[in-house]
Design a protein around this ligand. Structure first.
Ligand SMILES: Nc1nc2c([nH]c(=O)n2[C@@H]2O[C@H](COP(=O)(O)OP(=O)(O)OP(=O)(O)O)[C@@H](O)[C@H]2O)c(=O)[nH]1
Length: 325
């Protein structure tokens, strides 16, 4: 539902060694005791970047020199409706220091630290943390062909080293694959090539058990509708990234209920693999992206060259089979 929202600008300050600054919310404030990013409310009439500069100067005593908007998300608390606007800040002058008595620290944030960060932060911050660790490109494998699973696996594994790292790699054998898939071996090959694997079993098959927590799990349309909230939370608590395929408002609502970590939104345009499925177009994509509190990957007839356009429409990254395979 559209409602008036308070804009909150947040600085995601990243040091050259990959550490990111956070503060502990002081006693007496909303979300006291939780880790949060420095920032605060935009004032009436203030430009977002001016608000960011002011907040970071007032709160941690730095002057912003380079900042890039990475994610914008709506979040409803019982008593307030917020729009959190996250800027990745990679250059500033001054040493971050606590100007308001809050505890400040810079700690490593990467794929392996992600789960600990999420546990220490408010649920609203999941999208912000993910926007700091996720790659912009998501390669989806072509489906298993007539020559079977073994040939498919060999084809996937031979391509991995030449994909520009790091990428998300959605291991999607397609619905025609009815044999058991060698998920642990496939995931290991993706990890060994420096990428981030996401397993995507055919149809409504369940996710495989016992995978390395660095392996992500994908909700295709069938699983998005059938998987319980509990099952998804349980996997996320074990450290797995969870992605979901969104096609319209209803599937987006389900992905939001499940608090998934990222979504693909498709089809943007008609593609060779889904001929006849007309694309939703940029306006519909932008509408879904604006309502999504997680990083959004455009999928369907788009490739890495479209990234600037995707960013202008509120998306985060690009997903494709043909652009990467
Ligand atoms: N600074 C900050 N605020 C966050 C984060 N995540 C999140 O949901 N918020 C919420 O966004 C709002 C931030 O506004 P604020 O810090 O200026 O406001 P406040 O109510 O704490 O302080 P105030 O009493 O000075 O108005 C709070 O409701 C806070 O709980 C985060 O990572 N950093």
């Amino acid at each position: 539902m559209d409602r008036p929202r308070t804009d909150i600008v947040l600085g995601l300050l990243r040091e050259p060694d990959g550490r990111v600054w956070t503060e502990v919310r002081p006693d007496g404030k909303h979300l006291a005791g939780l880790r949060a990013f420095p920032g605060g409310k935009r004032r009436a009439g203030e430009a977002l970047r001016d608000a960011l500069a002011r907040e970071l100067d007032e709160e941690i005593g730095i002057r912003v020199q380079r900042a890039r908007r990475v994610i914008t998300l709506n979040w409803d608390y019982p008593d307030r409706h917020l729009r959190l606007i996250g800027f990745e800040v990679t250059r500033w002058t001054g040493q971050p220091r606590s100007a308001e008595g809050q505890q400040l620290a810079a700690e490593p944030l990467d794929r392996d630290a992600r789960a600990d960060w999420l546990a220490a932060m408010p649920p609203a911050n999941r999208g912000l943390v993910n926007a700091l660790v996720l790659p912009r490109c998501l390669a989806i494998t072509p489906p298993v062909g007539a020559d079977g699973v073994t040939a498919w696996q060999a084809g996937v594994e031979s391509r991995l080293p030449s994909l520009p790292a790091p990428m998300l790699v959605n291991l999607r054998p397609g619905d025609a694959a009815n044999a058991d898939l060698p998920w642990p071996a496939l995931a290991r090959a993706v990890l060994a090539a420096g990428h981030w694997p996401v397993v995507n079993p055919p149809g409504d098959r369940p996710w495989p058990e016992g995978l390395d927590p660095r392996v992500g799990l994908h909700l295709n349309h069938a699983r998005l509708l059938s998987m319980s909230d509990h099952a998804v939370r349980d996997r996320q608590a074990r450290g797995h990234l969870v992605s979901a395929a969104v096609h319209d408002r209803a599937t987006l609502e389900r992905a939001i209920e499940l608090a998934v970590d990222l979504i693909t939104v498709s089809p943007l345009r008609e593609t060779a693999t889904h001929p006849g499925a007309s694309g939703m177009g940029w306006a519909a994509f932008a509408g879904l992206a604006a309502a999504a509190p997680m990083p959004v990957y455009a999928l369907g007839g788009v490739g890495p060259d479209d990234l600037p356009r995707i960013w202008r429409r509120g998306g985060f990254g690009v997903a494709s089979i043909s652009a990467f395979w």
